[in-house]
Write a protein that binds this ligand. Structure first.
Ligand SMILES: C[S@@+](CC[C@H](N)C(=O)[O-])C[C@H]1O[C@@H](n2cnc3c(N)ncnc32)[C@H](O)[C@@H]1O
Length: 571
């Protein structure tokens, strides 16, 4: 017999089939979570706890549901700790939903409320009567989060005074680090949890960021807060590292604030990740499966922008997270057949594309001890996949730099410039090259937004272009970044609108049957978009798209009904 606990819509279900477990898990024994007697049956959701009977499993569920996740922490020499799926997980399922363990303002930020992180405006602040830090309201001055800086400011014996608003303020640089340090003497459990997180202190030491943090954070804490006898350099710089490696920028507000999560900090990076993270309106993080994940697979998210080229992604990861990615996407110069970084071969008559010999070149050691051999760009070549002609890396980098400059100089929000860029660069780049994709994505979103009347006003050619671009990008995303649901959902939203508009135009000559076909197709695309965006909060543009998608779906259903009833019966 099976019984299910529905935790919440789309959350995992515990299918506790004791008969099945009986036969397949007999060998692993534990003690029952309720009566502590020897127990053979494991929770099938997390495989982490045992029960002697289904009654005791049911009894324990109210408590266990908060820690029951279909993933367990494992460790190896390559990734350190990582999460592994304990059972098959379906695309769209929530794996983990977590509250932050520490939040604070971003390191570089204009004055924000230290209770809710809303941007503060001059003349509209409430001052904490204990310490002088400015807030948006009295209620925020009383929040638990504010205790650390309030405590240390009071200890210093002089209230803080913030008088400039709207531009980055140096006093905020140390606040989040101070909040971590405070735990050492006030919440040892949380302090221990933080100290277990990766901080890459050895790798960071000596980098520009380390020197900057030492000056702007450590010295500020020592001199301004007079805490030089309280926290030493190692403690402060370790907290800086913990925040750098594990901190998440929460995009619910502008400027973003920073949060650290506990179990989600264990998730490893992959450039073709199988999960994505989103936030609830309360700032909790949701780790959601973006693809089907078989039991035993690593659970991964992309720490960097998956729409960047491989060289940029690898350098960003090495510079900020101190590892060299060699995932399947980075290891394949064709980037899973997409040719996302490839360059057109310029040999006369050749229709091939140039690819590097490899992307997996050492990065990290370069900063420590540059090797003159591997540093010499002329030693590396890009080779044509057709004629085998070889071009030096230096020439390719120069071309990419020139195109990058052209892209930065392009006027924003101008579809004509985008089209010109795409036409011009198609002489040098693969049609799916990251620069081409970047501009194609911007153009696809722009078409229909320039005019008040939206898509109804754009030319037939532009509408067709929008359709083609959206289809091309969704196909590309499916291969390169299938878990990037926010982006895929947004592009599909654009596509649904273009398909519906194309149908409206065609129906003017071909009749309502054609319109019905297009609206039905558009509705299908919109449903997929809404499914992909289902966890996005209304504070984010993608959450607003989701709200609009829900409205459009209702309207489309009405239209489909009225078109269907107006059409002659096939009999
Ligand atoms: C947020 S932590 C993840 C948890 C970490 N492994 C631990 O044991 O605490 C990020 C760090 O994990 C390691 N890491 C994550 N993904 C990796 C990958 N794909 N390859 C190598 N190391 C990785 C790197 O050291 C990185 O700085």
């Amino acid at each position: 017999m099976c019984f299910f606990f529905h935790v919440q819509d789309n959350y995992f279900e515990i299918n506790s089939s004791f008969n099945r477990i009986n036969t397949c898990m007999m060998e692993e024994k534990g003690v029952c979570m309720i009566c502590l007697s020897p127990a053979e049956h494991k929770c099938s959701g997390c495989q982490a706890v045992h029960y002697c009977s289904k009654e005791h499993q049911k009894q324990h569920w109210k408590e266990h549901k908060h820690s029951c996740v279909p993933a367990k922490v494992k460790e190896d020499s390559k990734f350190g700790r990582y999460l592994e799926a304990t059972r098959d997980i379906k695309a769209g399922a929530i794996i983990l939903k977590e509250k932050s363990i520490i939040t604070g303002p971003a390191q570089v930020t204009p004055p924000v409320c230290l209770g809710c992180y809303i941007l503060l405006e001059e003349g509209k602040t409430v001052i904490c009567d204990k310490c002088g830090w400015p807030f948006c309201s009295k209620a925020c001055t009383l929040k638990e989060e504010h205790k650390p800086e309030c405590y240390y400011t009071q200890q210093k014996g002089e209230k803080i005074s913030i008088s400039t608003f709207g531009t980055p303020h140096p006093n905020y640089q140390c606040v989040t680090v101070l909040r971590c340090l405070y735990q050492r003497d006030h919440n040892q459990k949380l302090w221990a949890k933080l100290q277990e997180l990766e901080s890459h202190c050895q790798d960071r030491r000596g980098t520009d960021k380390w020197e900057n943090d030492r000056k702007m954070i450590a010295e500020f804490i020592w001199k301004f807060f007079k805490l030089d006898g309280t926290f030493n350099e190692d403690e402060i710089m370790k907290c800086c590292g913990i925040l750098q490696i594990n901190g998440h920028e929460v995009p619910l507000l502008e400027p973003e604030y920073v949060a650290i999560f506990d179990r989600i900090s264990m998730v490893e990076h992959n450039c073709r990740a199988n999960c994505n993270k989103s936030f609830t309106s309360d700032g909790d993080m949701i780790l959601c499966a973006g693809t089907n994940i078989p039991a035993g697979s690593h659970i991964t998210v992309c720490y960097t922008d998956p729409m960047w080229g491989t060289e940029a992604r690898r350098h960003h990861l090495a510079d900020t997270k101190f590892f060299e990615c060699n995932c399947d996407r980075c290891s394949d110069v064709t980037e899973l057949g997409t040719m996302y970084s490839s360059i057109k071969c310029k040999k006369k008559g050749c229709k091939g594309f140039l690819l590097p010999e490899t992307f997996i070149l050492p990065i990290l050691h370069k900063t420590v001890k540059p090797d003159p051999k591997t540093q010499n760009l002329d030693n590396k070549f890009w080779v044509c996949n057709c004629c085998k002609d070889a071009v030096s890396d230096a020439i390719i980098q120069q071309l990419l730099q020139d195109i990058g400059r052209e892209l930065s100089a392009m006027p924003k929000g101008d579809p004509d410039s985008c089209e010109r860029f795409i036409n011009h660069c198609s002489n040098y780049l693969h049609p799916s090259h990251y620069y081409m994709t970047d501009v194609s994505l911007a153009l696809a979103q722009m078409i229909g937004q320039e005019e008040e009347l939206g898509l109804a006003k754009v030319s037939d050619d532009r509408l067709l272009l929008k359709l083609q671009l959206c289809r091309k990008i969704t196909d590309l995303l499916e291969i390169l970044a299938p878990a990037e649901t926010r982006l895929r959902g947004s592009v599909l939203y654009e596509l649904h609108a273009a398909v519906a508009e194309a149908g409206r135009r065609k129906s003017l000559t071909d009749g309502p049957m054609v319109l019905l076909g297009h609206v039905t197709e558009s509705r299908k695309i919109l449903t997929e978009s809404a499914t992909l965006l289902k966890h996005e909060p209304p504070e984010l543009p993608e959450g607003q798209l989701l709200q609009q998608a829900k409205i459009n779906l209702v309207q489309m259903d009405e239209l489909i009904r009225s078109l269907s009833s107006a059409l002659p019966s096939p009999l």
